[in-house]
Design a protein around this ligand. Sequence first.
Ligand code: ADP
Length: 603
Amino acid sequence: MRIRTELIIFFLIISVVPLSAVVYMSYDYSREAIRDTVMTNLLGATENSGNAIDNWMDVRKDDIRVISRSEHAINTEKDELREYLAAYESEYQGVYEEFFLLDLDGNIIFSTLNRTGNASKERYFTEAAKGKLYISDVTLSEITGYPGVILANPVRKNGSISGIMAARVSMENLYRILENIDIGKSGEIFIVNKDGDIIFHNNRSEILHKNINNNFAVKEVTYEKNGINEYVNYKGEKVLGSYYWLPLYRWGLVVEKNIDEAYSGVFNLERQMVSISTIALIAVVLVAIIISRRITGPIKSLEEGATGLLSGNFKPIPVSSNNEIGRLTKIFDDTASELLEIRKKLETKIDIANKDLEQKNKELIAANEELKKLDELKSDFISIVSHELKTPLSSIRISAEYLESEAKNNPEVQKEMFDIILRNIDRLTRLINDILDQSKIEAGKMGLQLERADIREIVNAVIEYNKLLSLKKNISITADIPGNISPVIVDREKLIIVMNNLLENALKFTPDGGSIVLSAKDDTDNIEVRMKDTGIGIEKDKLEKIFDKFYQVDSTSRRKIGGLGLGLSIASGIIRAHGSEIHVESDVGCGSTFSFRLKKAGK
Ligand code: ADP
């Protein structure tokens, strides 16, 4: 789970739980308070109205008592009585529909409506005739259609009942009394008699048309109880009903209010609480998001920074606060920069090491090549040497056999054979000396016996050695050396080997009838020696290689001409030991010139 989500959940838990508890407790308390208030108000209004009805009826009772004691009633002075009653009618407009006087037979002897008739069978008459004020049941007036009651009181003359004074009282006035009770849109106010008949109702059409003795409040009130309760009324609606018993008339006043309307305050409160809770919840979530952003923002930047550092794409994280996270970010930035620095250094070192390694690798490859070359050289050496040894050895063998068998008695042939044997022994000796010289040069063990020498003398000696071959091939060898040439400081024997090797080559690679010139001339500190032939020449790209050991330009010619391919290698080694170098210039078909310098001997 992400830190942000965890923080939001945390904030929700620490704020919503106590908030819910507070909201619930205050809701519960307020709900009960509202319910109590609603009930108290309704009950109070019902009781007040009941009392008002009682008072109002008391006034009516007093009125009828006073009227029945008036002289006009006692003496049946009709005109005066009418006038007297007119005052009541005008004072209580609409309350008294009719005043009428009955004789003891029940005949109506006076009526403000000039009505006549007999009421001897009416209960109000019979009951009042017994000597007490009587209040009839509620009936609908034949004249107005309004509900009303008849109040009848005996008229006494000289202590005995002389008639009955009665008044028809309209209950219309009760509407004025009861209109102060708030019953909402669909509530009801009604008065029932002890049998449960509706004798008064805020809806006139209900009056005396219904018996609702099953209604909870009606039952309660007819048991002469006062109170308030929630119940399902006779219409099947859930109501809050308040009831008040009027004992004098045996009436029950009932006020019923639709429960939702009655407790609308509670529902409003519920709505308010839900709104407040929702707003508080949204506020908490917003605050949680803002705070968690502030906390997780820098952490996220750190995470991105760390990822960048791993992938080598690090950008310093801006430090946005001075708190612990801000300080951590600073430390991280510094550490990352240091790490990058170290990384750079390491990379440079690795680069250098890699280059070094590459160099070493190249050297290794070169060494390997060298080794391969050496290996090839070894093979070449073995094959060339064995071949070169074989030829003179077989000549010696053949000559020796011939000596033993055929030429025993022929001194001329014997001499020829001996010559062949001696020549081949020389050849073998030279070959072996060449190999020994070469190995000495390679081992750096070529010691020089330096001495003052005359180059002319050395050149002439070498020409002399090769005279036979030059005559054989009809090649002219000339020495072109000034008589006053300076002496040189050389190892005489070794220089003879050099000159001999070069001259042998010149003779080998110069066709019959060619010419060879050996020259020497003074240079500042040196004597420059040159040997020029008119031989086959050497291709330009082979010029460097001819000084390698065992190298021969043309292996076919090698076969014809012979040789180990060591001559130039040895010559070059000796001259190098003298601190100089052999150079060659050549044109294929025209000839070659080999040259080197020798140090002059001091005077
Ligand atoms: P070898 O003479 O035994 O073959 P060298 O080392 O003396 O070996 O000479 C190497 C090669 O150089 C020869 O085989 C030949 O091909 C070439 N070479 C040397 N000297 C001459 C020359 N004067 N003219 C033409 N080619 C030459």
